[in-house]
Design a protein around this ligand. Structure first.
Ligand code: BTN
Length: 338
């Protein structure tokens, strides 16, 4: 399956690097000569050598040189279209995969793609982001080749009032994907912070363009800390990675494939059966669903209370401590209160 590059999207990974990586990965048990590689992908041996150096800089363990030939030690953990697409058959995410070695923000690219008519299911993946964005205008630290930085373009036939459910279901998909790699319990802090050991390892930023009664497109951006050996100092108390938690590296490729397959499943379930199954699953896996002591900070106020379930639209209900009853929290920062 080939992904056609689209006009006006500068900086996407050269498809021949993708082909080179796939060729090496598919022949991982043998040494493959530089001449053969060059012929198969249609470039000079010097170009193959330059690209091999680039892949090595990303942590791909390629042995050899142009004269003797190349050999890859194990399936490389690079999220290029051929490696992903061939494992996503049967989902809408296999067809249009836009990969960047380095980009400002995958969400920004996906929003531009949404505007230019790119179809439902297109995904944007990067090895590194220079201006990764988090919720509430925060930055998302996006170290090279350490995390998953992926944005999914959706064109859901729903009104914007139901869009928070997209964020919830993406959080559930990320939760299910990560749970397989964790031997400890993870949690979801409403709406979609994934926590393990009380620290955040995954966040979701949903952006969209909509009219009052319909969503034109939504971009669900997922950032997961996977193989960071340590988090930046200013985040160390609140953030973690799967590697820090488990003491071993994890395959970003396998995690992202699982995540997108779960996303496909939850999304289809949402379209066919509505919000109920999503809310039920959230109640199963999130300690923040009901009875959790929380501190809420919205754009206009701060208060403490206890969570009291979700509304059908995915909005959080909180019973306030100050006697002002149960309120609905549309958006805001939620932290555990003592
Ligand atoms: C949060 O604040 O919890 C949301 C973080 C979302 C980060 C992801 S990384 C991929 C995508 N591109 C971005 O710029 N942000 C999202």
């Amino acid at each position: 399956m080939r992904n056609k590059p689209i006009a006006g999207l500068p900086g996407t990974t050269d498809r021949r690097i993708d082909a080179l990586l796939t060729l090496l990965a598919e022949n991982s048990t043998i040494v493959i000569s530089g001449a053969k590689v060059a012929k198969e992908i249609g470039v000079s041996r010097q170009q193959v050598w330059r690209w091999i150096q680039k892949l090595r800089a990303l942590g791909v363990r390629v042995q050899g040189h142009p004269r003797t030939g190349y050999h890859i030690e194990r399936v490389p953990d690079v999220l290029v279209p051929q490696m992903l697409g061939s494992r996503l058959h049967g989902t809408p995410f296999a067809r249009r995969i836009h990969h960047f070695f380095k980009i400002d923000s995958t969400n920004s690219v996906a929003m531009r793609l949404g505007e230019s008519g790119e179809p439902h299911g297109a995904i944007v993946v990067a090895e590194e982001q220079t201006a990764g964005r988090g919720r509430a205008g925060r930055k998302w630290a996006s170290e090279k080749s350490a995390g998953i930085y992926c944005s999914v373009l959706l064109r859901p036939p729903i009104p914007p009032a139901h869009a928070p459910l997209l964020t919830l279901l993406a959080g559930l998909a990320a939760y299910d994907a990560a749970a397989e790699d964790l031997d400890m319990h993870a949690d979801i802090r409403w709406p979609n912070d994934l926590l393990v050991g009380g620290r955040k390892f995954c966040g979701i930023l949903t952006e969209m363009r909509a009219e009052p009664d319909r969503v034109h497109y939504a971009v669900v951006g997922i950032g997961m800390n996977v193989n960071q050996a340590r988090m930046p100092d200013q985040l160390a108390d609140t953030a973690t990675s799967l590697r820090i938690q488990t003491g071993k590296p994890h395959s970003r490729l396998k995690l992202l494939i699982r995540l997108l397959r779960h996303l496909d499943r939850y999304y289809n379930q949402f379209l066919s059966d509505g919000a109920a199954p999503i809310l039920r699953r959230f109640a199963e896996v999130s300690s923040y669903f009901k009875g959790k002591r929380v501190h809420i900070t919205t754009a206009t106020e701060s208060f403490t209370g206890a969570t009291a379930g979700l509304e059908p639209s995915g909005v959080l209900r909180v019973a306030r401590d100050d006697g002002r009853g149960i309120v609905s929290v549309l958006s805001g920062d939620v932290t555990e209160a003592s």
